[in-house]
Design a protein. Sequence first.
Length: 73
Amino acid sequence: MSKLDKLSNKRLAKLIAETQQSLNELKQEVERREKQQQEYELAELDHHMENAELSLATIRDFINYLLEKSKKV
């Protein structure tokens, strides 16, 4: 005989409600963490895009320098 067999229907219903509440809280925590992670990744994406823009500007300047040098030769 399991422990559940000894519990009243009222107590079982209470345990179910408490378990469902705990599950809902866990789901909300997962959603909060996922949202926080997405916000972090978006912030990092902005940083990476800025670096990419700087790198492209450097490459463009270098190509322009090479073109100017080649015109002088």
